[in-house]
Write a new protein. Structure first.
Length: 241
């Protein structure tokens, strides 16, 4: 009886503590991880590929799944990121590189807010000086195709549950660098910047993924979540072997 009274007191006087019993923590910038988790119905095992991974857990679309026991491949060009991923996500394969349609060298614009870093010169110019954000450096970075990364690092017969792409403006180029005949994730998270629900169906990212037999499942801010066309249930079969 006393225990019940104490719990009731907490619920009435400090409801935020009581509510934590039902709260779910998101690590993604716009809650993408919680939306995608519904697709996989709580699977404790799975495999992701995170392009533009940025940080092990800050603004991460995949850390939620890593904590559940998933693993995958994370890619980001920011110097020094390898060490921090190796420390906090040792089960993942981390590759410090940029992704583009062709293997080449591109200028990587680095901001005082690393989440804004980009290979897109036009976006970098527009963001420089906006809301106290500024370019602090620009370096030359070697880039590779997504298909090359997967060919070299994906285990035999390993399918992909989630492909997350967040590269600040060049997301379509990353998509086009994949070999969709060989590597077809169950779910794709990708940014469609400056796109709302009214014009989403004319966005180049949507048009491309639609041609690859994907359909929209959800939109969260700038991110759009796609699943393979024809999905009729929220319960996707885990792709982990």
């Amino acid at each position: 009886m006393l225990r019940f009274i104490r719990r009731l007191g907490v619920a009435l006087l400090e409801p935020w503590r009581y509510a934590n019993r039902w709260a779910r923590k998101s690590y993604a910038q716009e809650g993408e991880d919680l939306v995608v988790d519904r697709l996989f119905d709580g699977h404790s095992r799975g495999f992701y590929v995170d392009i533009g991974a940025h940080h092990p857990f800050r603004f991460s679309n995949t850390f939620f799944f890593y904590r559940k026991g998933w693993k995958g491949i994370c890619v980001d060009p920011l110097p020094g990121t390898l060490q921090i991923f190796n420390k906090y996500r040792p089960k993942d394969i981390f590759i410090q590189a940029g992704i583009s349609m062709q293997a080449t060298t591109l200028t990587y614009f680095m901001f005082n807010e690393p989440a804004l870093n980009t290979f897109d010169a036009e976006i970098a110019k527009k963001r420089n000086g906006l809301s106290n954000n500024k370019i602090v450096d620009a370096i030359e970075v070697e880039t590779v195709r997504l298909s090359s990364v997967l060919e070299a690092n994906l285990g035999k017969n390993q399918k992909i549950d989630i492909l997350s792409i967040d590269v600040e403006g060049l997301d379509l180029e990353v998509l086009k660098s994949n070999d969709w005949n060989k590597y077809k994730p169950e779910c794709v998270i990708v940014e469609c910047l400056k796109t709302n629900l009214e014009n989403l169906l004319s966005d180049p990212v949507f048009l491309y993924l639609n041609s690859m037999e994907y359909e929209i499942y959800a939109k969260t801010g700038n991110s759009v979540i796609f699943v393979k066309r024809g999905m009729t249930t929220l319960k996707l079969t885990s792709a982990t072997t």
